[in-house]
Design a protein around this ligand. Structure first.
Ligand code: SF4
Length: 472
């Protein structure tokens, strides 16, 4: 597996739901194809989806993402409230504005082809974009969405797509991380901040992280105030807003700051806190399922775990400062990097252990560091959280990122907090299972896992629950 140098902003990326691999990745692939092509020479365009992108692409919004990418929209800034009208417009007019500039004929029903029986060898999430030029010639690009919104082009080494930088601390695995922290007498977050300086100033990193946290908080707040039915045909009723009202017990609030204050006054008994953590996670993943703005952490399907745990720390722990938020995010990102380097964060490669398991591990390690744990305790927390997600399959009903996905985020958050508490009770020295061992085990389990359980909706709950859904 090629070594990658990853930044905190590779792990936490602002995007649009419902899936980083099936929505954000294909969106970026479409943008990239246009960047590599002279748009003005294109007469028409066709998109071919393979493997998991074909099998669960409808439910995961892959077709929508590709259309928006071709249409020149940016997932970071796109006004998600206009998503359905933008797609309706393309469908009705049968025209798409490539890169927002050049209008060509495009019929989604025939120009996006779902090759459900075909997979490309490099990765289960593959798409090939073919442009027919005004001269009659064709050009094409094949891309793989390898998880967490990362995209590589056919024949490209993932490590060569990254900007090459020399990091102060060269981290290959968890043992490296621990030895470097102990050798320098610094925490995981301090080490990561030193490494981030290879890309930008400390000030810019702090600013970027606080912006990510702002987007996460806004997502939780929106989700806690949005009732209704989720799109896709499963008729899943959104629960976070109702839970929010019940938990607030009538306390008034009109914005995020007032809301946080109202939560703090609404009761801090064990049950209330547990319910709030679930509510935060549900809110994010309901927003994600509704094509809302979310942050990959490290994926969209698992986008609720890290924000729910950080919100728990922010609301019910000590009054957090910006420095605490930065510490949490830097530590979480490093744990996510270890999994991406040593295993996978793609459900199409490793099942849901690669999404919810990794996010829970990230949150556990980060919370432990913020609560005063040593690097070895933080890594033990990360190990415990993943240890109890090993083997978790991906079996989204109807190919939608809704059941079991939304609730799974609540479980990932609670497990992260439990893992953190367990690690804080020990000294991190007596751990029998290392973080590296669990990362390797996760990968071995991923390799052994049947493809039925890797984001294909061909096994598990996806086939046990009889539902009359539109084909996906
Ligand atoms: S089951 Fe897990 S991995 Fe699969 S789509 Fe849902 S959250 Fe993602």
């Amino acid at each position: 597996m090629a070594k990658e140098q990853l930044s905190v902003f590779d792990i936490f990326k602002i995007g649009v739901g419902p899936s980083s691999s099936h929505t954000l990745g294909p969106w970026r692939a479409a943008e990239r194809f246009l960047k590599e092509t002279d748009i003005n020479t294109i007469a028409s365009i066709q998109v071919n989806l393979y493997g998991s992108l074909a099998k669960t692409g409808k439910g995961h919004g892959t077709d929508i993402a590709v259309m928006l990418g071709l249409n020149g929209e940016d997932p970071v800034t796109f006004d998600t409230s206009t998503l359905h009208s933008a797609i309706d417009n393309i469908t009705t007019t049968q025209k798409i504005k490539l890169g927002g500039q050049t209008e060509v004929t495009f019929t989604p029903a025939t120009d996006i082809i779902f090759h459900k029986k075909e997979s490309l060898p490099f990765h289960p999430n593959a798409l090939k974009i073919v442009a027919i030029l005004t001269t009659g010639a064709t050009i094409e690009g094949t891309y793989y969405s390898i998880g967490g919104g990362f995209v590589v082009k056919d024949g490209e080494d993932a490590s060569t797509t990254k900007q090459h930088v020399t990091l102060k601390y060269d981290i290959n695995d968890a043992e490296d991380l621990l030895q470097n922290c102990m050798g320098a007498g610094i925490s995981i977050s301090q080490l990561v901040m030193e490494n981030e300086k290879a890309w930008r100033t400390q000030q810019a990193t702090v600013k970027g992280i606080l912006n990510i946290w702002r987007v996460m908080q806004e997502c939780i707040y929106r989700g806690c105030h949005a009732d209704g039915i989720l799109p896709g045909g499963l008729h899943v009723v959104r629960r976070a807003a109702k839970m929010n009202r019940q938990l607030l017990k009538g306390k008034p609030e009109t914005n995020l700051t007032e809301w946080v204050a109202a939560i703090r006054q609404s009761g801090t008994d064990f049950t209330s806190i547990m319910n709030w953590i679930s509510c935060f996670a549900l809110a994010v993943n309901e927003e994600n399922a509704a094509f809302g703005r979310v942050v990959t952490a490290p994926t969209n399907g698992a986008a609720g775990v890290v924000p729910a745990v950080l919100m728990y720390y922010h609301v019910f722990g000590k009054q957090t400062t910006d420095a605490d938020i930065v510490k949490f995010m830097l530590t979480a990102s490093q744990i996510g990097c270890l999994f991406k380097m040593g295993s996978t964060i793609s459900a199409a490669m490793g099942g849901c252990q690669a999404e919810i398991g990794v996010s829970s591990s990230m949150a556990a390690g980060a919370l432990t560091e913020c609560l005063g744990g040593s690097p070895s305790q933080a890594m033990q927390a990360a190990e415990i959280a993943m240890e109890h997600h090993l083997g978790m399959t991906c079996d989204p009903i109807g190919g939608l990122v809704q059941i079991p996905c939304i609730e799974r985020n609540t479980m990932g958050a609670i497990k992260a907090i439990t893992a953190s508490q367990l690690a804080l009770q020990g000294d991190g020295e007596q751990m029998k299972v290392s973080l590296d061992a669990v990362i390797k085990t996760m990968w071995d389990t991923a390799v052994d896992m049947s493809s039925k359980y890797k984001e294909t909706a061909e096994g598990g709950l996806a086939i046990k629950v009889p539902l009359n859904l539109p084909e996906c």
